[in-house]
Write a protein that binds this ligand. Structure first.
Ligand code: UDP
Ligand code: MG
Length: 347
């Protein structure tokens, strides 16, 4: 069995040229295929490591990763204590990388491993610190999701202090300097692309095809995306907070104007008692607007609260394949874990 002794990188002083960070939540079914495609690409590049983060999977992702490590000694595994979400899983992975550059990619083969050399080119040749894959090809979401996503980018653009490009996704390459800068940002409410945009550095894009998900289905439903959108917007600016004084002013002016209009009308035409529908409309609208304002303030207070508590960003349950990990021989694959039918028959 291959252990860390076969690993040319673990424990050695020489660091890999490239680390690949692979966040995974219940991706067991597509793993064999992922590494079959990824490893030959990396073998051709040079010294590398793959850091897979098991983000609290409830399937046998972790057991499979341990098995796959026997075939791929450059694979290292960080298993989180529960599901922390992709943004944090990526952070946990980055913290464990040592490569001169790091590629972050999804583990469902939507990001094609064959695109990695293209991402490395601008970094190697022109010294770009961040290289984003520009999403081309497959429009992977329906019309509704597309419209909502376009709306999110518009609002984010307007509200936030940083700019992000709608055409770029989560497939990207970072220079070590950027990884260090990113890890120095300790905030709890994380929107990785916003953090990278805030960090700055010279960046460029490379057009790459996006493929269909290899197995399973997307784990980002509407609610989860909405949550991420709110985190993103509130984490990168205070316009949503400040805007309420302007909205308040508009309401107050409208109220005054309407008041003056009624006063003048009463003076000219005499008292006019009916009019309670307009009162109800005014009460409902102003109450609604105030509640929205309160909700937004609550959102920010929630962020402040979670920052103040200073809990760790994530907890690691187990690591495999790092210099400080227990020896692989100690790894026991649960006997009841069903092996994938395609696991041994990949070649
Ligand atoms: N992912 C994760 N933790 C989560 C949800 C997703 O690490 O809580 C991983 C998932 O395994 C995949 C990547 O994040 O590698 C992107 O997830 P998904 O394909 O569900 O999202 P989409 O491609 O639809 O944006
Ligand atoms: Mg996906």
């Amino acid at each position: 069995m291959s252990g860390s002794a076969d690993d040319p990188v673990a424990g050695s002083a020489e660091r890999p040229l490239i680390s690949v960070v692979l966040p995974m939540h219940n991706e067991s079914r597509g793993l064999a295929r992922l590494f079959e495609r990824l490893v030959p690409v990396l073998d051709a590049i040079g010294r590398y490591e793959m850091v897979a983060i098991d983000d609290g999977s409830t399937d046998d992702t972790l057991a499979r990763l341990k098995q796959l490590r026997r075939s791929y000694p450059h694979l290292r595994v960080v298993s989180l204590s529960r599901n922390f979400g992709k943004e944090i899983a990526v952070t946990a992975g980055l913290a464990r990388t040592s490569g001169a550059c790091v590629v972050i990619m999804d583990s469902d083969l939507q990001h094609i491993p064959e695109g990695i050399p293209a991402l490395m080119e601008p970094w190697k040749r022109e010294g770009f610190a961040i290289v984003y894959a520009l999403r081309v090809g497959l429009d992977r979401c329906g019309a509704l999701r597309s419209t909502l996503s376009a709306a999110f980018y518009k609002v984010f653009d307007f509200m936030s202090e940083v700019k992000i490009d709608r055409e770029t996704g989560d497939f990207l390459l970072l220079d070590r300097r950027v990884v260090d800068a990113f890890l120095a940002m300790t905030e709890r409410n994380r929107f990785n692309r916003g953090l990278l945009a805030w960090a700055g550095f010279r960046n460029t894009t490379v057009p790459l095809e996006v493929e269909a998900r290899h197995a399973g289905s997307s784990q980002f439903g509407f609610l989860r995306l909405a949550r991420l959108a709110v985190t993103a917007i509130t984490a990168f600016g205070t316009l949503p907070l400040r805007i309420w004084s302007y909205i308040g002013m508009i309401f107050a002016l409208a109220g005054l104007g309407y008041g003056a209009f009624i006063a003048i009308r009463t003076l000219i035409f005499g008292a006019d008692v009916p009019g309670y529908p307009s009162i109800i409309v005014a009460v409902l609208v102003s109450a609604g607007v105030q509640l929205i304002g309160l909700g937004i303030i609550g959102e920010y207070i929630g962020h402040v609260y979670s920052e103040v508590k200073r809990r760790p960003l994530y907890l690691v349950q187990e690591t495999v394949g790092f210099a400080d990990s227990p020896a692989d021989e100690a790894v026991v694959v649960e006997p009841e874990t069903p092996l994938a039918p395609d696991l041994g028959g990949g070649e």
